[in-house]
Design a protein around this ligand. Structure first.
Ligand code: PNS
Length: 159
């Protein structure tokens, strides 16, 4: 079985993330969307909340499941028989960062990374920017799934 992981903080998932998950699901037999806890990033949503939103928004993809992990991504790949990491690239600055991680992960374990060009419609999107806009009461419809938009509104009811 060809199994890939789409790792990320997903705090929260954007339509750009979900586009990559959908496209990866067409290339692999199984795709695990793994919520990785990045110790450098302060989360808005709990890991459980992120997973629940991801489960709801990928429910139409029969070969996609959602999981979480607190350790090194390569250890998760080893423990789950995953040979490939699939990620999206929005820009050249993404490429610098992603290439470095891909090389580190390959050096650590031999796991391959597939860097997929983002749908340009979503090139400007990041979880951080979406959260900032939502903090001030901006409308993020079309940038995130409606469920995520509603959860953001619930986090910032007074904005
Ligand atoms: O959505 P993000 O925050 O850009 O995702 C980054 C993430 C979580 C995929 C990356 O930080 C990661 O893989 N973290 C797990 C810990 C790890 O393996 N670090 C070494 C990376 S080379």
């Amino acid at each position: 079985m060809r199994r890939a992981v789409c790792p990320g903080s997903y705090d929260p998932a954007t339509n750009g993330h979900l586009d990559i998950v959908e496209r990866a699901a067409e290339l692999f037999d199984e795709v695990v969307v793994a919520v990785l806890v990045n110790k450098k990033k302060q989360g808005l949503f709990s890991v459980e909340e992120r997973m629940e939103m991801l489960r709801a928004t990928t429910a139409h993809l029969s070969n996609v499941r959602v999981d979480s992990w607190h350790g090194l991504l390569v250890d998760y790949c080893r423990d789950n028989g995953i040979a490939a990491i699939a990620k999206g690239l929005r820009s050249v600055s993404d490429f610098d960062y992603e290439l470095q991680m891909a090389q580190m992960n390959r050096e650590l374990s031999g796991v391959e990374t597939l860097l997929m060009s983002n749908n340009p419609t979503y090139s400007y999107l990041s979880s951080s920017l979406v959260k900032e806009v939502a903090t001030y009461g901006g409308d993020v419809t079309g940038m995130v799934p409606d469920l995520v938009r509603d959860r953001l509104r619930a986090k910032f009811p007074d904005s």
